[in-house]
Ligand binder design. Structure first.
Ligand SMILES: C[S@@+](CC[C@H](N)C(=O)[O-])C[C@H]1O[C@@H](n2cnc3c(N)ncnc32)[C@H](O)[C@@H]1O
Length: 350
């Protein structure tokens, strides 16, 4: 999809609203777009591109908060609020009150993540977007939970999967025409990106059944077909029959985003990685390679993973974060701290 030629701040503002970014970040984009204030033009643009076309059930609560903040911000600055902004706010208030009260912290929201492909002339030397025109977008829609813990943490989008997605889109050659197998796939964003860059086979897995069901829904929502889904709790995969089953998948590339955080899971995860990374003569060709993206929240857990992987798993781990350039496709996602994510390349030491 080729984006229309709009100034960068308006494109970023719309993308931020559709991705349900924090309201304050959206207000900043709206002010930038209006040259310092939220003008009537800016309001019309938001109404046309986000509010009128919204899915009330899954975006309504967010839009209600956005409308409230927009109106109070404009009034506070002595600006003119469009009548339709008041009307939309009123209809969201009436329509959503019951729904708001019923939600028990596990409500579903629909986030639209737009990967903005800049033309090469739009990039500065660090890979950041520096110009306003000529964008191409790749849009992914994801049903997520507002509760970070739902589905064993697998029903919301974590920064590592955003970074993994940017990595895939920056280096499609690593994944195109390859059989790609993801562990702990969560909402399925990485799977959609793998299909976008034409992986020959996409296998997604998770240990949580609720997460797996939501993931499947998301792949269908994005019209991604021919994906294989596996219920794969790492703890139950250490038997040799299960390893044989995994060898049968014949993966070329293994992926994992934000899967190293629970010290109790580390030995099981390492065993599983070691089993799938070593073809051990089960099928011809070179051993697969794994890419694992992580936010290192607890250094001890991460160090434990590295030492168990290297000593017991016979794996080699290389930090390639600074080595393989990853383009910034998500400049409007102010809540995403991409510099906190590390990318590891993991291989079997033969
Ligand atoms: C922090 S979430 C990351 C989800 C997704 N990869 C992302 O980055 O957005 C961790 C994921 O790993 C899965 N997971 C955690 N422990 C697991 C285990 N022992 N076996 C299988 N999957 C597990 C969770 O269900 C969840 O989907």
């Amino acid at each position: 999809e080729i984006g229309t030629l709009v100034p960068s701040s308006s494109l970023q503002m719309i993308c931020a609203i559709l991705a349900m970014e924090p309201i304050d970040a959206v207000i900043c984009f709206a002010r930038d777009f209006g040259g310092g204030s939220i003008t009537e033009n800016v309001q019309s643009f938001i109404l046309e591109n986000c509010i009128r076309t919204a899915d009330t059930q899954f975006q309504g609560a967010y839009l209600k908060r956005l409308l409230k903040k927009l109106i109070s911000e404009i009034e506070y600055c002595g600006g003119v609020v469009l009548d339709e902004l008041y009307e939309q706010y009123a209809s969201h208030m009436i329509g959503l009150n019951d729904w708001d009260h019923c939600s028990n912290g596990n409500s579903k929201v629909l986030k639209k993540i737009s990967f903005i492909y800049p033309g090469s002339s739009c990039l500065d030397s660090c890979g950041y977007i520096s110009s306003c025109f000529g964008f191409k977008k790749f849009n992914v829609q994801l049903m997520c939970s507002t509760n970070m813990l739902e589905g064993d943490t697998g029903c919301c989008i974590w920064p590592s999967s955003l970074f993994m997605s940017e990595f895939i889109l920056s280096h499609p050659e690593i994944f195109a025409s390859k059989c790609c197998f993801e562990l702990g796939s969560g909402v399925g964003l990485v799977g959609v990106c793998l299909s976008h860059v034409k992986a020959s086979k996409v296998i997604l897995s998770d240990g949580d059944l609720q997460t797996l069901a939501n993931m499947k829904c998301n792949l269908e929502l994005n019209d991604v077909k021919h994906v294989h889904y596996l219920h794969l709790p790492w703890e139950e995969e250490s038997t040799s029959e299960n390893h044989l089953r995994l060898h049968g998948l014949k993966p070329d590339v293994i992926l994992g985003a934000d899967i190293i955080y629970d010290p109790l899971c580390v030995p099981h995860l390492v065993k599983l990685l070691a089993a799938v990374l070593n073809r051990d003569g089960h099928w011809p060709g070179r051993n697969p390679v794994a890419y694992v993206a992580s936010v290192i929240r607890n250094v001890e857990t991460f160090d434990c993973f590295v030492s168990v992987a290297e000593r017991s798993g016979g794996l080699s781990i290389e930090d390639i974060t600074g080595k393989n350039r990853v383009l910034n496709f998500l400049p409007y996602l102010r809540s995403y701290q991409r510099c906190a994510v590390r990318m590891m390349k993991i291989c079997y030491k033969s």
